[in-house]
Design a protein around this ligand. Structure first.
Ligand SMILES: Cc1cc2nc3c(=O)[nH]c(=O)nc-3n(C[C@H](O)[C@H](O)[C@H](O)COP(=O)(O)OP(=O)(O)OC[C@H]3O[C@@H](n4cnc5c(N)ncnc54)[C@H](O)[C@@H]3O)c2cc1C
Length: 447
């Protein structure tokens, strides 16, 4: 099958990764049938999905640039060059993410991002969108997918030459792969879940707290964060154990909620006027890490984004990695299509160890954000990292910067960070030894 023979690509999931990949494939002339279980978000139905806003950084932006849509998306983004730490005593400490003012993360509306991507996909004349179509099963070899039409309730089968699963962390396409021989699958839930709350705009339409920062209320075993929205509001996300004596489960009444927030997030309470109502109205959701492999079934079916590697959100990299998948996937298409088996297996081989590394980083960053960011030790560590990066910019780059502000593959970034630390330690020992020798010579010469 060659591109000229016009393979029909069936893509399940018009979320962030699916809509971007459909756009990129469409731009290369491929015919894509894009199926999404929710109604068309441009009609105002369907809700925002898994979070109200998210942090977009270098990897994600690079992929969006490749599709020619980064500039439009950045128009409504809010730059967050650092984190603002809210202490228990309502103190504020600002920590820049980088020594370089050009390096910042961007708060974007997930719903608007999805709409922009769907518009971009729809602009490709060879991409066709189908909403209200829930994939319930797949034939990985045919390949084909079964969809339930949300309007009629009827099931129909869509056959293609290639099937791509971009249907998120609970992917139906992956569900079928899980039932094949030699498919590895593992999912790990955190004991913490999350709930979103809103700090509304101030009365004059401005921002009630610092606009250009990612706000964190670190409280050791749990935390709350807040990201700014273009309308002056902030979306707060409370990460807290789901069950136990100190947990979502333990707050039963409005008084419990008020007491808990006043005790643990005192400066946030006056900023969230509908706190108690919102707390009970908004859902509590779980957080899962999914690792699986291989992501492809021969040269017929393949997974991208969260369907292949859902991670917890603490490094702000989930969709950045999903968009990076799309780029690497397109590199493989350009190199090897129409040998789709090589395209899919090369893409899997290039990505897997890096997304596994990212999954570990994301969990580790939860500990850092909730437990360490407010501590003097952490502040000293960050200061040291910034100094080393300023003095030796080529030789020393903090891990956070490599993950967030570069496209160095995740596992390579971790290896490099480890080597840097070893060199810093060796240099420290060398300086200490030299100092001891000089001191000894000085003392001996004085005797
Ligand atoms: C609280 C929270 C905060 C986050 N913050 C960040 C952040 O700051 N930065 C970041 O990079 N990432 C963040 N993430 C991660 C990010 O949201 C995901 O990595 C990203 O949404 C994955 O995109 P996706 O397209 O693969 O999957 P999804 O966004 O889940 O999209 C999947 C699409 O497939 C559709 N679908 C699902 N099942 C079916 C089916 N059976 N048939 C047809 N269609 C289907 C869905 O409706 C959806 O449109 C966060 C996640 C959470 C939970």
């Amino acid at each position: 099958m060659s591109k000229k023979e016009d393979p029909k690509i069936v893509l399940a999931g018009a979320g962030l990764a699916g809509a971007l990949l459909a756009t990129m494939l469409g731009q290369k002339g491929y015919r894509v049938e894009l199926y999404e279980k929710r109604p068309d978000p441009r009609t105002g139905q369907g809700g925002p999905g898994r979070s109200i806003n998210l942090a977009l950084s270098t990897r994600g932006l690079h992929a969006l640039e490749r599709a020619g849509i980064a500039a439009d998306i950045l128009k409504s983004a809010i730059a967050m060059p650092g984190r603002m730490i809210h202490g228990l005593d309502s103190s504020l400490t600002y920590q820049p993410y980088s020594k370089n003012p050009d390096e910042y993360i961007n708060s974007v509306s997930r719903a608007q991002l999805n709409i922009d991507l769907i518009n971009a996909a729809e602009k490709q004349e060879n991409v066709t969108l189908h909403f209200n179509q829930r994939c319930i099963d797949a034939d990985l070899d045919a390949p084909a997918a079964d969809f339930v039409d949300g309007d009629t309730g009827e099931t129909h089968r869509v056959a293609g030459d290639l099937l791509i699963g971009a249907d998120g962390a609970f992917s139906a396409v992956r569900g079928r792969m899980q039932r094949t021989d030699l498919f590895d699958y593992r999912q790990d839930y955190l004991e913490h879940g999350y709930k979103e709350l809103t700090i509304p705009p101030s009365e004059d339409g401005g921002f009630r707290i610092e606009k250009n920062a990612l706000h964190i209320w670190p409280r050791r075993s749990y935390m709350m964060i807040a990201l700014p929205n273009a309308d002056g509001s902030f979306t707060c996300t409370l990460f807290w154990p789901l069950k136990g004596p100190i947990s979502f489960d333990a707050l039963k009444t409005k008084e419990d909620v008020t007491r808990f927030f006043k005790e643990h997030f005192p400066d946030a309470v006056p900023q969230i006027p509908d706190l108690e109502d919102a707390y009970f109205a908004n859902p509590t959701s779980s957080l899962v890490t999914v690792r699986c492999g291989p992501w492809n079934h021969g040269g017929k079916t393949v997974l991208v984004g969260d369907s292949a590697h859902a991670i917890v959100p603490f490094y702000g990299q989930g969709i950045n990695a999903g968009f990076e998948d799309c780029e690497i996937f397109m590199d493989c298409v350009e190199e090897s299509a129409p040998d789709w088996e090589t395209v899919f297996s090369t893409y899997y081989r290039r990505r897997k160890k890096h997304t596994d590394t990212l999954a570990r980083l994301a969990i580790a960053n939860f500990k850092e954000m909730r437990d360490h960011v407010g501590s003097p030790k952490f502040l000293r560590k960050k200061k040291r990292e910034r100094l080393l990066h300023t003095w030796f910019p080529k030789w020393y780059v903090p891990l956070y910067s490599m993950v967030t502000f570069s496209r160095i593959p995740y596992a390579d970034a971790v290896r490099r960070a480890r080597n840097q630390e070893l060199k810093v330690q060796s240099a420290g020992w060398a300086i200490a030894t030299l100092f001891a020798v000089v001191l000894t010579i000085f003392v001996v010469s004085m005797i």
